[in-house]
Ligand binder design. Structure first.
Ligand code: ZN
Length: 821
């Protein structure tokens, strides 16, 4: 969703950084009455017992105890377990002190590669002398059945428990007690196992099996098993997978994320004051997807404090939300077990500062983008009814259709309704200038909003420069007019052109509006359904950007809007079911921006440069010494960021490589006769099939296979396995060399070719397109050679009827194949 500007030299100061109708506003109908009383946070008595956990004094002395937990084996050679006091009759943790080893042997090649990043080995093996464990599986019974049991002073071993709780609060910011509460209260057995060994070589580790999905899960949805390192320099997810028994030999089996609930409807009544403080009531209608649900976690921004929660009948519900700076996870303690299919209405009253920032002069910045209301994951399509009350003089732009817009006293009040089920809702407001346009021939309207005045940071910057000048300094910066409204027409027309282009390539949107808006952030854009945020710097010209140290050799500002508009299709009309599929959202949006350059700007030179720049992101070494292309497959997504490999890896991998993956398919499907016709029908079929649904990597692969041309069937089995194995699930990067000469022949010319493919494994196959430049800027595609393994193919190609000798022969003229530079 976000397209950040890769800034190296950002100016210090910035870095610190109309009514449709006049009908009276109507409050959305409130399906849940306000409760007469409310329950204070964190007051559930069982939760309190878990939160104030302590050791019981019961200990187990063990020798050569082996705890096998999925891909990991803990061997406790000698030592003692100090157990926690039972809660509701259940012992949910222990502290081990002694001599132990951990062995994690990943069952799949990619997870071995991932472990290698931390250990330089295919498996992790290390010793530890301390380990805290929390569990709701059979660990307590298992340890006891292999140990001598005795009692001791409960203070012995307590330091290990205190240390764990401090790490959970201050470092991991995860309310594990709320997670355990689910298993203690639920009528269904829990299956949680989390170990926190202090590894001799790899520092503090977390190894978990957690079958409970959702925001409180210790694992990464949709997977259950994780190894996470959390010391400063080594932090990162080094293993994440389904349980071994579930995935068997093929870890890529398309499994959609399981979820706890599906939200059908959100009814949000929001008031934001001049300072940006937000106060809201959310009425959320949902259906349980999980049998035995007792604790319902929802994502809510940590500074938004819950005041009360009640159900559809107005009965107050107990809830959990700890300190905003600690483990602030929001979770509702349900009074009874829900079964899959049970429906529930929840009314949450909440508010607080810092979710929206007042940036001065009528500029507001929504910090909490997806968590300003109690929310679930992106694959959850819901309908939204929203009412916003903001200071008079400000204008609101939000997701969905605007139903009304009025001034009441000193407030501006708008109401909104989603036009199609949405992955998420959001807003932007400020003292805006607005332009709008109905798109001829389409039932669609685009709007552009820019702030009338500069935010405080820019005003201060201008003030400081003026002061320096008045003191006689020669200021080598002429910021001049930093008004942003002059670019409104550009923002509007890029929105229109993008919507038209992508509708042609990908098919129609389920929405009828799109608002592109200015935000104070200077280094990224973002897109929600029907709403795009563009960085303030988009609205500046090149001179001002230069003065700000934001020169733009990679053309970021040319594609930021087309990229964000493309998310209307990629990420929102079609969403992704898990982190393993997110590369399609970012990659396809990035790819769409390349279409914008080629088709709208009709500039093949810029188009080729775009793909050169994308390749450079993939193949340049970061300061940690890694190339994004080598770190892992796109299907590991954002978990590829780590203390060892650097923060930018996912940004430099999933955006450009995801884009290349689609670009290569487009180039394979392109023919001189039909152009992009086959590619368009595939993409339109994909969007149509998955409108308002998540599509996984395997869903996309099946769509490519449905539309693949005979030429793409290089392995002769009507699948695209070869391509997905190399570029999507793999990290291949071939190199090519072309030698050629032209001989005059009786009927024209003869092209003598020698193409070498290298740097790949023996099975690697690719279709390598060959181009001829007949005369200056007149380039034609001759065909494609299929090459397998590291080898050189030689061929003579007769160029019959050619009167003049071609200027040159080229491989991959349009960067058709992602290969080494
Ligand atoms: Zn994006």
């Amino acid at each position: 969703m976000r397209r950040p500007f890769p800034r190296a030299l950002v100016f210090v100061i910035l870095a610190a950084l109309s009514c449709f109708s006049q009908q009276l506003s109507q409050r959305p109908p409130d399906p849940a009455p306000a409760p007469a009383t409310s329950i204070p946070p964190n007051s559930d008595p069982v939760y309190q017992q878990l939160r104030n956990d302590r050791l019981s004094g019961e200990t187990a002395t063990v020798h050569d105890l082996v705890l096998k937990r999925d891909a990991a084996t803990f061997t406790l050679r000698s030592g003692k377990f100090y157990f926690l006091a039972p809660v509701q009759g259940k012992v949910t943790g222990a502290v081990f002190v002694g001599d132990g080893t951990l062995l994690l042997a990943p069952p799949t090649q990619h997870e071995r590669q991932s472990i290698r990043r931390l250990t330089k080995q295919d498996r992790l093996e290390d010793t530890f002398s301390h380990m805290a464990v929390r569990f709701t599986d059979g660990t307590y019974e298992e340890i006891k059945s292999h140990a001598e049991i005795s009692t001791t002073d409960p203070r012995e071993g307590a330091a290990g428990l205190d240390e764990l709780n401090a790490a959970l609060r201050n470092k991991l910011h995860h309310n594990l007690h709320a997670r355990i509460l689910q298993d203690v209260l639920s009528e269904k057995p829990g299956g949680l196992f989390v170990a926190f060994p202090k590894s001799s070589k790899y520092g503090r580790l977390l190894y978990a099996i957690d079958p409970f999905p959702g925001p409180l899960s210790v694992a990464m949805n949709p997977e259950e098993v994780i190894l996470y390192a959390y010391d400063e320099d080594k932090w990162g997810v080094y293993y994440s997978a389904h349980r071994v028994q579930d995935h068997g030999a093929d870890a890529r089996a398309a499994r959609h994320a399981s979820s706890l609930v599906r939200i059908q409807e959100q009814n949000l009544d929001v008031s934001i004051d001049k300072n940006g403080r937000l106060q809201a009531t959310a009425v959320t209608s949902l259906t349980a997807q999980w049998d035995g649900l007792r604790v319902l976690p929802l994502d809510l921004f940590h500074t938004l404090r819950v005041q009360s929660v009640s159900d559809g009948a107005g009965q107050p519900l107990s809830f959990i939300q700890e300190d905003k700076d600690k483990d602030a996870d929001f979770a509702i303690v349900l009074p009874r077990n829900l079964a899959a299919g049970d429906k529930l209405v929840i009314r949450t009253v909440y508010g607080g500062p810092d979710a929206v920032k007042n940036e001065g002069q009528g500029n507001y910045y929504p910090v909490a983008r997806s968590t300003w209301y109690p929310n679930t994951a992106f694959e959850d399509y819901a309908t939204y009814t929203m009412r916003f009350s903001i200071p008079k003089g400000m204008q609101m732009a939000a997701t969905g259709a605007r139903l009304s817009d009025v001034t009441e006293g000193d407030r501006n009040i708008t109401t909104w309704k989603s036009e199609a089920p949405q992955t998420v809702a959001g807003f932007q407001f400020g003292r805006f200038k607005k332009k709008e346009k109905k798109l001829e021939g389409m039932d669609f309207q685009v709007e552009a909003y820019a702030n009338q005045d500069a935010p405080d940071v820019v005003k201060e910057l201008q003030g400081q420069l003026n002061m320096l000048e008045s003191q006689g300094y020669r200021v080598n910066a002429t910021l001049g007019n930093m008004s942003t409204t002059g670019m409104l027409d550009k923002a509007l027309s890029e929105a229109e052109l993008s919507v038209r282009l992508y509708s042609d390539y990908f098919g129609p949107l389920p929405y009828k509006h799109l608002a592109v808006t200015q935000q104070t952030a200077d280094n990224y854009g973002q897109a929600w359904p029907e709403l795009v945020w563009l960085p303030i710097t988009y609205f500046y010209d090149g001179t001002i950007r230069h003065q700000l140290g934001m020169d733009d050799p990679k053309g970021y500002f040319k594609v930021v809007e087309p990229h964000e508009v493309a998310h209307q299709w990629w990420g929102h009309t079609v969403t992704w079911p898990s982190y393993r599929d997110q590369w399609m959202s970012e990659g396809f949006a990035e790819f769409s921006a390349s279409l914008f350059i080629q088709v709208i700007q009709k500039n093949n030179g810029e188009f080729i440069k775009f793909w050169n720049d994308e390749r450079e992101l993939l193949t340049q070494r970061n300061k940690e010494g890694f190339r994004a292309i080598d770190i892992g497959p796109v299907t590991q997504g954002y978990r590829l960021t780590s203390g060892k490999t650097g923060l930018n890896v996912p940004r430099y991998l999933i955006y450009p490589k995801g884009a290349y993956i689609l670009h290569m398919i487009r180039m394979m499907m392109w023919t001189p006769k039909t152009g992009d016709a086959d590619f368009k029908s595939m993409m339109q079929d994909f969007v149509k099939t998955y409108t308002n649904r998540p599509a996984s990597t395997e869903n996309f692969k099946a769509m490519v296979e449905k539309h693949m041309t005979p030429g793409m069937d290089v392995s002769g089995n009507q699948t695209m396995d070869w391509y997905f194995d190399e570029y999507v699930y793999g990290t291949a990067l071939p190199s090519y060399k072309l030698d050629y000469s032209f001989d005059q022949a009786a009927s024209g010319y003869m092209l003598n070719l020698k193409i070498t493919q290298s740097g790949v494994d023996d099975k690697f196959t690719m279709l390598v397109p060959l181009y001829l430049e007949l005369s200056k800027d007149h380039v034609v595609r001759l065909g494609a050679a299929s090459i397998t393994g590291n080898r050189t193919v030689e061929q003579k190609v007769p160029l019959n009827g050619l009167k003049e000798k071609p200027q040159r022969a080229m491989l991959n003229y349009f960067n058709d194949v992602l290969c080494a530079p």
